[in-house]
Design a protein around this ligand. Structure first.
Ligand code: NAD
Length: 253
């Protein structure tokens, strides 16, 4: 029986699929009929998400891939073509953040990794006649953060990389436009995932994040997944080189 749903018959590669936003995107895409390659540097986490999709009647495969390694990105796309003949959707979502990471580490994953995905993803999609790329940027791609007593806000590298993701989204959107390849980004606000565990553990930081979010709460990964579904599906057929802000009003202040 053919799969039903807004992504029926489409194949999707999701990076950083093992946790948080990537996991929610993978599960929703699976439910909407996509064949999902759940890719993560954490192989065990990728396998768990793939199994969860299959257990609910979807089709998925796990893959270990480090998106900051160009060969891994090429191999992930090749695995898509091997498995399903094409890659209709690519979600460049893997990302890291926090003071434990150096400038180089954050740039390597959050900016260079997205560049490799867009570059080789566009190549493949151009060859097959079309596709949709969704990049997970951040509200940190639109603004700096004024955190009292903490110069650097969300982190210099994080801010630089996420602004860079929006730049890449625009340029690859232009490059893909004549080839039926759409490239868009999502700018999430504070979302309740393991990435922000250090913020949740420090009550004053958590209070600060929530108080600065006009809707007065953290977002849920599933709320970002719905925006990713819109951008990956034909519902956004006239949208490219652009982005959706899903931040509970944070950047509207
Ligand atoms: N949580 C937030 O508040 C928030 C806000 C805005 C943007 N984002 C962005 O959303 C994306 C997902 O973050 P999250 O909050 O779900 O975090 P998370 O830590 O829950 O999940 C990130 C996943 O990416 C994987 N990963 C890390 N480095 C990788 C690499 N080099 N190659 C492949 N996989 C790798 C991790 O193993 C993990 O499974 C990131 O790009 C992040 O910057 C998050």
């Amino acid at each position: 029986m053919a799969a039903e749903g807004r992504l029926a018959g489409k194949s999707a590669l999701v990076t950083g699929a093992g946790s948080g936003i990537g996991k929610a995107i993978s599960v929703l895409f699976g439910r909407e009929g996509a064949m999902v390659m759940a890719a993560d540097i954490n192989e065990e986490a990728a396998s768990a998400v793939s199994a969860q999709i299959e257990d609910s009647g979807g089709e998925a495969r796990p893959l270990r891939a480090d998106t900051s390694n160009e060969e891994d990105v090429r191999a992930a796309i090749a695995a898509m073509v091997d498995a399903w003949g094409r890659m209709d959707i690519l979600v460049n979502n893997a990302g890291i953040g926090g003071p434990q990471y150096s400038w180089d580490q954050v740039i390597a994953v959050n900016a260079t990794g997205v560049f490799y995905g867009c570059l080789h993803g566009l190549e493949q999609m151009q060859k097959q006649g079309g596709g949709a790329i969704v990049n997970t940027a951040s509200m940190a791609g639109l603004i700096g953060a004024f955190v009292p007593g903490s110069p650097g806000g969300f982190g210099y590298a994080y801010i630089a990389a996420k602004h860079g993701v929006l730049g890449l989204t625009k340029q690859f959107g232009l490059d893909g436009a004549p080839h039926n390849v759409r490239v868009n980004a999502i700018c999430p606000g504070w979302i309740d995932t393991p990435l922000i565990a250090p913020v949740k553990e420090a009550q004053p930081m958590l209070d600060w994040a929530v108080q600065n979010t006009p809707m007065g709460r953290l977002g849920r990964p599933e709320e970002i997944a719905k925006a990713a579904l819109f951008l990956a599906s034909d519902d956004s057929s006239f949208m490219t080189g652009s982005y959706l802000v899903v931040d509970g009003g944070y950047t509207a202040r």
